[in-house]
Design a protein around this ligand. Structure first.
Ligand code: ADP
Ligand code: ADP
Ligand code: ZN
Length: 215
């Protein structure tokens, strides 16, 4: 199974992908995570992407489609894939079609996480992750069970993204509105889009997605 999680920054894509990985053994391909890893290790791609990401703008279609293609080639044919944060433009949607076709993969579902823009700034400015395993948390909406200790791995170091500040979030939301939301009709005409209420509690969002994906 190959699915896309589509929604603005803070919609809950990473949160839900984390659960699908744990419960279904799918693999999450997050272009944001891959780009942050490239920035951290100072690769040529990372050097190109750093300032663009800090500004909240989109990295070039060639770069992101290139890294997605490379990752797909490391997976066995049976492994289910969750595309998280990709595609984000019409050109990326086209590239994804070609990348999947070349590997005899089919796109099964596009899950649209629908959220109020007003809620997103609070979600993003409160977001943090485990520095060791990447598990996601929130200052208000999802604190670790024991303060300062990761539920998943017991680590006590956490990190926040440099672009998770209010000014950058406004730019990222505008990028979503102008470049990403317009790709939904491409998938709607193919009957692939399922709209899920992303404002619901995390567990209810998980249930709604499970209902779409089936057993
Ligand atoms: P969020 O989880 O908040 O939606 P991401 O982690 O997906 O954010 O992306 C962080 C940043 O990485 C984006 O603001 C953008 O600069 C870059 N990026 C990630 N995915 C893509 C993509 N598919 N196309 C272009 N830029 C991307
Ligand atoms: P995205 O990957 O779409 O940018 P995340 O999954 O990282 O979004 O979620 C952004 C922040 O909001 C995280 O801190 C997460 O814990 C929190 N969050 C995710 N889903 C919900 C929800 N349904 N209700 C409240 N907070 C949420
Ligand atoms: Zn952890």
């Amino acid at each position: 199974m190959n699915i896309i999680l589509l929604g603005p920054p803070g919609a809950g894509k990473g949160t839900q992908a984390e659960r699908l990985v744990a419960e279904r053994g799918m693999v999450q391909l997050s272009t944001g995570d891959m780009l942050r890893a490239a920035v951290a290790s100072g690769t040529p791609t990372g050097l190109k992407a750093k300032a663009v990401m800090e500004a909240g703008e989109l990295v070039s279609d060639e770069i992101v489609s290139g890294i997605i293609g490379e990752k797909l080639d490391t997976l066995s044919a049976e492994t289910g894939v969750i595309f998280d944060g990709y595609p984000r433009t019409a050109a990326q949607a086209e590239s994804l079609d070609a990348l999947l076709a070349a590997r005899r993969r089919r796109l099964d579902h596009v899950i649209e996480l629908a959220v109020d823009e007003d809620a997103l700034v609070a979600r993003i400015t409160g977001r943090f992750t485990c520095a060791t395993c990447g598990a996601g948390y929130h200052d208000t909406f999802k604190q670790p069970k024991e303060a300062g200790v990761c539920d998943a791995c017991g680590s006590t170091t956490f990190k926040r993204r440099p672009d998770d500040n209010e000014a950058t979030v406004r730019t990222r939301l505008a990028e979503y509105r102008n470049k990403t939301a317009p790709i939904l009709p491409i998938y709607e005409v193919r009957g692939l889009v399922h709209r899920v209420d992303g404002m619901a509690d995390m567990a209810d969002v998980t249930k709604a997605i499970a209902a779409v994906l089936g057993e």
